[in-house]
Design a protein. Sequence first.
Length: 202
Amino acid sequence: MNPGCLCICKYRKMISRFFGYDLTQAEKDERAFRKQLKNIGVLPRESRKKILGVYNNDSTQTTLDLQDNSIGAEGAKAIATALQSNRTLTTLDLQYNSIGDEGAKAIARALQSNRTLTRLGLQSNSIGAEGAKAIATALQSNSTLTTLDLRGNSIRAEGAKAIARALQSNSTLTTLYLQYNSIGAEGAKAIATALQSNSTLT
């Protein structure tokens, strides 16, 4: 074959790979995930590497601590994407990140398929009733989470009632923090009623 043709073929392959034309689906997914990470904003480079490690199922990474990183809803969505296929992470701390209801919903969806996470910290994240409802739905099917920290949010009575309904069927959660959520007497009553049938919370 003409050396010139070889060079052209090689050049075409390089161009094709650069633009993702001949990537495997897994490679395309990872490329898309890396782009998603870039949208998080001021997240430190080391933290991005840790999230990517969760996405790639790094067996040495069982804990992800991202508290006070201002990841917002977009950051929570990226982490949720990583959690859906992860099989190694057991502890996730997202305290003080302003993920809001949208971020909480994304994490909740991930909890429905994740089977390794046992501890989840969502303290002080501006989560309201809608976010709490999504988490409650996840608790009804999740069978691995044992500790959930929702302190310092705004789930109010409506969110507390949703959590209470989930507690009636959930049989793995042992520790639940709901302080400073303005759940009021109505929300507290719902939780108290749920505890009468729940046998795992301590």
